[in-house]
Design a protein around this ligand. Structure first.
Ligand SMILES: [Fe+2]
Ligand SMILES: [Fe+2]
Length: 318
Protein backbone atom coordinates (compact mmCIF):
# COMPACT_ATOMS: atom_id res chain seq x y z
CA UNK A 1 0.00 0.00 0.00
CA UNK A 2 1.21 3.46 -0.92
CA UNK A 3 2.58 5.75 1.79
CA UNK A 4 1.90 9.51 1.94
CA UNK A 5 -1.06 9.92 -0.37
CA UNK A 6 -2.20 13.30 -1.65
CA UNK A 7 -5.46 14.60 -0.18
CA UNK A 8 -7.06 14.42 -3.61
CA UNK A 9 -6.52 10.67 -3.65
CA UNK A 10 -8.92 10.16 -0.78
CA UNK A 11 -11.47 7.58 -1.97
CA UNK A 12 -15.23 7.94 -1.69
CA UNK A 13 -18.19 6.06 -3.08
CA UNK A 14 -20.67 7.57 -5.51
CA UNK A 15 -22.89 9.00 -2.76
CA UNK A 16 -20.36 11.75 -2.05
CA UNK A 17 -19.72 15.00 -3.89
CA UNK A 18 -16.29 16.56 -3.38
CA UNK A 19 -15.92 20.29 -2.82
CA UNK A 20 -12.68 22.11 -3.60
CA UNK A 21 -10.69 23.12 -0.50
CA UNK A 22 -9.59 26.50 -1.82
CA UNK A 23 -12.58 28.34 -0.42
CA UNK A 24 -11.83 27.42 3.20
CA UNK A 25 -8.27 28.71 2.82
CA UNK A 26 -9.53 31.97 1.35
CA UNK A 27 -12.19 32.27 4.06
CA UNK A 28 -9.59 31.99 6.81
CA UNK A 29 -7.83 35.05 5.35
CA UNK A 30 -10.91 37.25 4.92
CA UNK A 31 -10.77 40.73 6.47
CA UNK A 32 -13.68 42.36 8.32
CA UNK A 33 -14.78 44.12 5.15
CA UNK A 34 -18.15 43.69 3.37
CA UNK A 35 -16.87 44.51 -0.13
CA UNK A 36 -13.97 42.10 0.16
CA UNK A 37 -16.22 39.27 1.38
CA UNK A 38 -18.62 39.92 -1.52
CA UNK A 39 -15.75 40.01 -4.02
CA UNK A 40 -14.31 36.69 -2.82
CA UNK A 41 -17.66 34.89 -2.85
CA UNK A 42 -18.53 36.22 -6.31
CA UNK A 43 -15.22 34.86 -7.55
CA UNK A 44 -15.99 31.45 -6.04
CA UNK A 45 -19.59 31.42 -7.19
CA UNK A 46 -19.14 28.94 -10.10
CA UNK A 47 -17.18 26.55 -7.85
CA UNK A 48 -19.75 26.74 -5.06
CA UNK A 49 -22.60 26.22 -7.50
CA UNK A 50 -20.90 23.18 -9.05
CA UNK A 51 -20.40 21.50 -5.66
CA UNK A 52 -24.05 21.90 -4.71
CA UNK A 53 -25.47 20.29 -7.85
CA UNK A 54 -27.03 16.93 -7.12
CA UNK A 55 -26.94 17.49 -3.34
CA UNK A 56 -29.49 18.85 -0.90
CA UNK A 57 -27.57 22.11 -0.85
CA UNK A 58 -28.78 22.81 -4.39
CA UNK A 59 -32.07 24.34 -3.22
CA UNK A 60 -30.17 26.51 -0.74
CA UNK A 61 -27.85 27.71 -3.47
CA UNK A 62 -30.80 28.53 -5.72
CA UNK A 63 -32.43 30.54 -2.95
CA UNK A 64 -29.43 32.32 -1.41
CA UNK A 65 -26.66 32.14 -4.00
CA UNK A 66 -23.02 31.53 -3.08
CA UNK A 67 -23.49 33.02 0.39
CA UNK A 68 -25.60 30.11 1.65
CA UNK A 69 -22.51 28.47 3.13
CA UNK A 70 -21.44 31.73 4.74
CA UNK A 71 -24.64 32.04 6.69
CA UNK A 72 -24.67 28.36 7.58
CA UNK A 73 -21.18 28.49 9.05
CA UNK A 74 -21.31 31.85 10.74
CA UNK A 75 -24.57 31.88 12.61
CA UNK A 76 -24.78 30.15 15.99
CA UNK A 77 -27.25 27.24 16.04
CA UNK A 78 -30.40 28.51 17.72
CA UNK A 79 -33.54 26.41 18.23
CA UNK A 80 -35.69 29.43 17.28
CA UNK A 81 -33.95 30.04 13.94
CA UNK A 82 -36.39 29.32 11.08
CA UNK A 83 -33.70 27.47 9.09
CA UNK A 84 -32.39 25.57 12.11
CA UNK A 85 -33.27 22.11 10.75
CA UNK A 86 -31.28 22.61 7.55
CA UNK A 87 -28.38 24.18 9.41
CA UNK A 88 -28.35 21.36 11.94
CA UNK A 89 -28.32 18.79 9.13
CA UNK A 90 -25.47 20.62 7.39
CA UNK A 91 -23.42 20.87 10.56
CA UNK A 92 -24.06 17.23 11.43
CA UNK A 93 -23.03 16.22 7.92
CA UNK A 94 -19.83 18.29 8.23
CA UNK A 95 -19.02 16.48 11.48
CA UNK A 96 -19.81 13.08 9.97
CA UNK A 97 -17.38 13.55 7.06
CA UNK A 98 -14.91 15.07 9.55
CA UNK A 99 -15.02 11.81 11.55
CA UNK A 100 -14.52 9.80 8.36
CA UNK A 101 -11.47 11.89 7.50
CA UNK A 102 -10.17 11.68 11.08
CA UNK A 103 -10.36 7.88 10.84
CA UNK A 104 -8.48 7.95 7.56
CA UNK A 105 -5.95 10.45 8.95
CA UNK A 106 -5.20 8.35 12.05
CA UNK A 107 -4.94 5.23 9.89
CA UNK A 108 -2.49 7.06 7.63
CA UNK A 109 -0.39 8.20 10.60
CA UNK A 110 -0.10 4.59 11.69
CA UNK A 111 0.90 3.42 8.21
CA UNK A 112 3.05 6.34 7.03
CA UNK A 113 5.63 6.20 9.86
CA UNK A 114 6.81 2.59 10.21
CA UNK A 115 9.85 3.65 12.28
CA UNK A 116 7.87 5.58 14.88
CA UNK A 117 7.83 4.21 18.46
CA UNK A 118 5.50 1.32 19.21
CA UNK A 119 3.53 3.46 21.71
CA UNK A 120 2.83 6.01 18.98
CA UNK A 121 1.45 3.30 16.72
CA UNK A 122 -0.66 1.97 19.57
CA UNK A 123 -2.06 5.46 20.18
CA UNK A 124 -2.90 5.89 16.49
CA UNK A 125 -4.50 2.42 16.39
CA UNK A 126 -6.58 3.33 19.45
CA UNK A 127 -7.59 6.55 17.69
CA UNK A 128 -8.68 4.60 14.57
CA UNK A 129 -10.88 2.43 16.76
CA UNK A 130 -12.42 5.54 18.37
CA UNK A 131 -12.94 7.38 15.07
CA UNK A 132 -14.59 4.31 13.51
CA UNK A 133 -17.04 4.33 16.42
CA UNK A 134 -17.57 8.08 15.95
CA UNK A 135 -18.39 7.55 12.27
CA UNK A 136 -21.05 5.05 13.32
CA UNK A 137 -22.41 7.36 16.03
CA UNK A 138 -22.66 10.33 13.67
CA UNK A 139 -24.19 8.17 10.97
CA UNK A 140 -26.96 7.45 13.48
CA UNK A 141 -27.14 11.10 14.52
CA UNK A 142 -27.46 12.11 10.85
CA UNK A 143 -30.47 9.86 10.67
CA UNK A 144 -31.72 11.28 13.98
CA UNK A 145 -31.84 14.81 12.48
CA UNK A 146 -33.27 13.64 9.14
CA UNK A 147 -30.08 13.74 7.05
CA UNK A 148 -28.04 11.09 5.25
CA UNK A 149 -24.43 10.51 4.13
CA UNK A 150 -23.53 12.38 0.95
CA UNK A 151 -26.44 14.78 1.29
CA UNK A 152 -24.15 17.83 1.20
CA UNK A 153 -20.83 18.49 -0.54
CA UNK A 154 -17.77 17.19 1.29
CA UNK A 155 -14.71 19.36 1.69
CA UNK A 156 -11.58 17.36 2.45
CA UNK A 157 -9.63 20.20 4.03
CA UNK A 158 -9.42 18.20 7.24
CA UNK A 159 -7.68 15.31 5.53
CA UNK A 160 -5.40 17.75 3.71
CA UNK A 161 -3.88 18.62 7.09
CA UNK A 162 -3.24 14.93 7.68
CA UNK A 163 -0.84 14.62 4.75
CA UNK A 164 2.36 16.08 6.24
CA UNK A 165 5.37 13.79 5.94
CA UNK A 166 6.76 14.81 9.34
CA UNK A 167 5.13 12.93 12.26
CA UNK A 168 5.51 15.95 14.56
CA UNK A 169 3.63 18.14 12.07
CA UNK A 170 1.06 15.44 11.55
CA UNK A 171 0.12 15.20 15.22
CA UNK A 172 0.44 18.96 15.70
CA UNK A 173 -1.98 19.70 12.87
CA UNK A 174 -4.38 16.79 13.24
CA UNK A 175 -4.37 15.92 16.95
CA UNK A 176 -3.92 19.37 18.37
CA UNK A 177 -5.40 21.59 15.63
CA UNK A 178 -8.28 19.53 14.30
CA UNK A 179 -9.13 17.45 17.35
CA UNK A 180 -9.08 20.71 19.29
CA UNK A 181 -11.60 22.10 16.83
CA UNK A 182 -13.71 18.97 17.35
CA UNK A 183 -13.76 19.76 21.10
CA UNK A 184 -15.07 23.28 20.36
CA UNK A 185 -17.74 22.04 17.94
CA UNK A 186 -18.89 19.17 20.19
CA UNK A 187 -19.15 21.41 23.25
CA UNK A 188 -21.38 23.68 21.18
CA UNK A 189 -23.49 20.75 19.93
CA UNK A 190 -24.00 19.58 23.52
CA UNK A 191 -25.16 23.12 24.37
CA UNK A 192 -27.65 22.93 21.49
CA UNK A 193 -28.87 19.46 22.53
CA UNK A 194 -29.42 20.74 26.08
CA UNK A 195 -31.42 23.71 24.79
CA UNK A 196 -33.65 21.42 22.75
CA UNK A 197 -33.94 18.67 25.41
CA UNK A 198 -32.43 16.19 23.00
CA UNK A 199 -31.08 13.66 25.47
CA UNK A 200 -29.99 11.23 22.73
CA UNK A 201 -27.87 13.78 20.91
CA UNK A 202 -26.46 15.18 24.13
CA UNK A 203 -25.32 11.83 25.47
CA UNK A 204 -23.97 10.52 22.16
CA UNK A 205 -21.84 13.63 21.57
CA UNK A 206 -20.69 13.71 25.17
CA UNK A 207 -19.25 10.18 24.73
CA UNK A 208 -17.51 11.24 21.52
CA UNK A 209 -16.10 14.38 23.16
CA UNK A 210 -14.50 12.26 25.91
CA UNK A 211 -12.58 10.36 23.20
CA UNK A 212 -11.53 13.52 21.35
CA UNK A 213 -9.96 14.78 24.53
CA UNK A 214 -7.63 11.79 24.60
CA UNK A 215 -6.76 12.38 20.91
CA UNK A 216 -5.74 15.95 21.66
CA UNK A 217 -3.64 14.60 24.54
CA UNK A 218 -1.90 12.16 22.16
CA UNK A 219 -1.03 15.21 20.08
CA UNK A 220 0.20 17.27 23.02
CA UNK A 221 2.46 14.40 24.16
CA UNK A 222 3.78 13.28 20.78
CA UNK A 223 4.62 16.77 19.51
CA UNK A 224 6.91 17.08 22.54
CA UNK A 225 8.36 13.60 22.06
CA UNK A 226 9.04 13.96 18.31
CA UNK A 227 10.72 17.36 18.77
CA UNK A 228 12.62 16.53 21.97
CA UNK A 229 15.94 18.41 22.15
CA UNK A 230 15.14 20.37 18.98
CA UNK A 231 13.44 23.68 19.85
CA UNK A 232 13.46 24.81 16.22
CA UNK A 233 11.53 21.68 15.18
CA UNK A 234 9.09 22.25 18.07
CA UNK A 235 8.48 25.82 16.86
CA UNK A 236 7.85 24.61 13.31
CA UNK A 237 5.28 22.14 14.64
CA UNK A 238 3.63 24.92 16.64
CA UNK A 239 3.57 27.15 13.55
CA UNK A 240 1.90 24.41 11.54
CA UNK A 241 -0.73 24.00 14.26
CA UNK A 242 -1.35 27.78 14.23
CA UNK A 243 -1.79 27.64 10.47
CA UNK A 244 -4.32 24.79 10.82
CA UNK A 245 -6.13 26.65 13.60
CA UNK A 246 -6.34 29.76 11.47
CA UNK A 247 -7.73 27.79 8.55
CA UNK A 248 -10.36 26.23 10.77
CA UNK A 249 -11.51 29.42 12.38
CA UNK A 250 -13.67 30.03 9.32
CA UNK A 251 -12.89 33.73 9.45
CA UNK A 252 -13.54 34.21 13.18
CA UNK A 253 -16.77 32.22 13.45
CA UNK A 254 -14.89 29.91 15.80
CA UNK A 255 -13.30 32.26 18.29
CA UNK A 256 -13.61 33.88 21.67
CA UNK A 257 -15.58 36.72 20.14
CA UNK A 258 -19.00 37.41 21.50
CA UNK A 259 -20.60 36.84 18.09
CA UNK A 260 -18.77 33.57 17.46
CA UNK A 261 -20.88 30.71 16.09
CA UNK A 262 -18.60 28.19 17.79
CA UNK A 263 -16.96 29.37 21.02
CA UNK A 264 -13.61 27.91 22.06
CA UNK A 265 -14.06 25.10 24.60
CA UNK A 266 -11.48 26.48 27.03
CA UNK A 267 -12.07 24.06 29.93
CA UNK A 268 -12.05 20.96 27.76
CA UNK A 269 -8.90 22.12 25.97
CA UNK A 270 -7.09 22.76 29.26
CA UNK A 271 -7.84 19.20 30.28
CA UNK A 272 -6.38 18.04 26.96
CA UNK A 273 -3.02 19.72 27.51
CA UNK A 274 -3.40 23.18 25.97
CA UNK A 275 -1.49 25.83 27.91
CA UNK A 276 -2.96 29.21 28.92
CA UNK A 277 -0.59 30.83 26.46
CA UNK A 278 -1.77 28.63 23.58
CA UNK A 279 -5.40 29.31 24.46
CA UNK A 280 -5.04 33.07 24.49
CA UNK A 281 -3.12 32.85 21.25
CA UNK A 282 -5.94 30.80 19.75
CA UNK A 283 -8.54 33.40 20.66
CA UNK A 284 -6.62 36.25 19.03
CA UNK A 285 -5.66 34.16 16.03
CA UNK A 286 -9.32 33.53 15.25
CA UNK A 287 -10.73 36.88 16.25
CA UNK A 288 -9.84 39.17 13.37
CA UNK A 289 -12.08 37.72 10.65
CA UNK A 290 -15.34 39.27 9.47
CA UNK A 291 -17.90 40.00 12.20
CA UNK A 292 -21.40 38.58 11.98
CA UNK A 293 -22.70 42.02 10.96
CA UNK A 294 -20.23 42.07 8.07
CA UNK A 295 -21.17 38.54 7.04
CA UNK A 296 -24.88 39.34 7.11
CA UNK A 297 -24.40 42.50 5.02
CA UNK A 298 -22.26 40.62 2.50
CA UNK A 299 -24.74 37.73 2.34
CA UNK A 300 -27.56 40.17 1.60
CA UNK A 301 -25.68 41.77 -1.31
CA UNK A 302 -24.63 38.36 -2.65
CA UNK A 303 -28.21 37.11 -2.51
CA UNK A 304 -29.57 40.18 -4.32
CA UNK A 305 -26.96 39.87 -7.07
CA UNK A 306 -27.63 36.16 -7.38
CA UNK A 307 -31.37 36.76 -7.75
CA UNK A 308 -30.72 39.49 -10.34
CA UNK A 309 -28.48 37.16 -12.35
CA UNK A 310 -31.06 34.38 -12.29
CA UNK A 311 -33.82 36.78 -13.32
CA UNK A 312 -31.68 38.17 -16.17
CA UNK A 313 -30.92 34.63 -17.35
CA UNK A 314 -34.58 33.78 -17.41
CA UNK A 315 -35.40 36.97 -19.30
CA UNK A 316 -37.51 38.43 -16.54
CA UNK A 317 -36.91 41.99 -15.31
CA UNK A 318 -34.30 41.98 -12.54
FE1 LIG B 1 -13.69 11.66 16.29
FE1 LIG C 1 -10.67 12.32 17.19
Amino acid sequence: MKRFIDHQELARDSRFVRQENTLSTVMSELPDDVDKVVEVFEAFDPMIEKATRGTSAEALYDEYGPSFALVAVNDPLKPTDSAVKTRLMMRMHGIFVGELQALEGAGRSLWDFPDAPWEFKMNMARQCWDEARHVQIFEKLLDHVGAKPGMYPESTFLFECACSDDPAMRVAGVNRGLEGLACDVFRDMIRYAEETDDEKMKQAIDYVLADELTHVRFGSEWVREFTKGDPEHYERAQDFRRQVDKQFSFGGSRSDREDAAIPIATEVRKEAGFTEEELSELSTLSADGPSRVTIKAAAKILRERHKARVAAREGAPA
